[in-house]
Design a protein around this ligand. Structure first.
Ligand code: AMP
Length: 283
């Protein structure tokens, strides 16, 4: 595995691979690598001869009061983990080489990015779309793998690729969970051991939705209220939103129609940590 920090060097390697007709897959992360990230690498390997993993904590997707400065950056540990995975290139640029002095351009996302994470984290998806586009231009992939863990981000990126005619296949990877159902996340290290085990309640909420919908309860608003109650009953757990949306548009959905697909989106504050999760259902 080769470690590259210079965008120009990465771009030159990517261009050479294109000229040699090598299929390139990319997995973009903010580091603090875990099983979820590694599952994306495995999926990338299925369709690509060369796998590039990027590690970049993108300052432009963090709000001023968010955790940019304390975000975990265990680089040596990440390198060791990446070496043990099936990765050809680790691209880990410095912030200054991605956003040099006098940098100006930011992409602006549309309606998909306005609610939920977009509403609670203003500018977040514009920052994501901008860095993803830059990393696409640098790594020139044929395929890019993104986790369903960040379902709204995945939808925004699919829209970005469609709107800007990018010739890149976007592949969705299922959510990897801890034993109690908590979605694996780099931010889980912020949780105390008690909070971490209690956080299984979020997944229990998703399972509750699954059961209720399977039993033909189509009042999604009522189910969301039940889940909000379940989560709020845990001391220190504060739901920021628990909402069903139409799978294709991410527009809120109150009553389900048989045969259609919905996604339950959840964001929960646990102490000073904000956890997100989701589940997909067919009514
Ligand atoms: P992050 O480093 O948190 O920005 O995540 C990088 C990529 O890994 C994104 O596409 C995430 O959706 C994905 N990812 C993060 N956690 C998980 C998980 N538990 N299961 C599957 N994919 C994940």
């Amino acid at each position: 595995m080769q470690i590259i920090t210079d965008p120009g060097q990465m771009q030159a390697i990517a261009e050479k691979m294109r000229l040699n007709r090598q299929l390139v897959g990319v997995v973009m992360t903010m580091g603090a690598l875990h099983e979820g990230h590694l599952s994306l690498v495995k999926l990338a390997r299925k369709s690509a001869g060369t796998v590039i993993l990027t590690i970049f904590v993108n300052p432009r997707q963090f709000g001023p009061s968010e955790d940019l400065h304390r975000y975990p950056r265990p680089f040596e540990q990440d390198v060791a983990l990446a070496k043990s995975a099936d990765i050809d290139y680790l691209f880990a640029p410095e912030a200054g080489s991605i956003y040099p002095e006098h940098y100006q351009t930011t992409l602006e996302c549309g309606a998909l990015a306005e609610r939920f994470e977009g509403e609670q984290r203003p500018g977040h998806f514009n920052g994501v779309a901008t860095v993803v586009t830059k990393l696409f231009n640098i790594t020139k992939p044929h395929t890019a793998i993104f986790g369903e863990k960040d379902a709204q981000q995945l939808a925004v990126i699919r829209q970005l690729v469609l709107d800007l005619n990018m010739d890149i296949a976007i592949v969705a990877a299922p959510i990897v969970r801890e034993e109690n159902g908590l979605a694996v996340s780099s931010r889980n290290v912020y949780l105390s051991s008690q909070e971490r085990s209690a956080a299984g309640i979020i997944y229990q909420g998703i399972c509750h939705a699954e059961k209720r919908i399977a039993a033909e309860e189509y009042n999604l608003q009522a189910i969301a209220a039940e889940i909000t109650g379940m989560i709020s009953s845990v001391p220190g757990f504060r739901p920021a939103y628990v909402s069903f949306v139409h799978e294709m548009t991410f527009e809120p959905a109150a009553i389900a129609e048989a045969g259609r697909e919905y996604r339950l989106l959840l964001a929960v504050h646990v102490g000073g940590v904000r956890l997100i999760d989701n589940g997909k259902f067919r009514a």
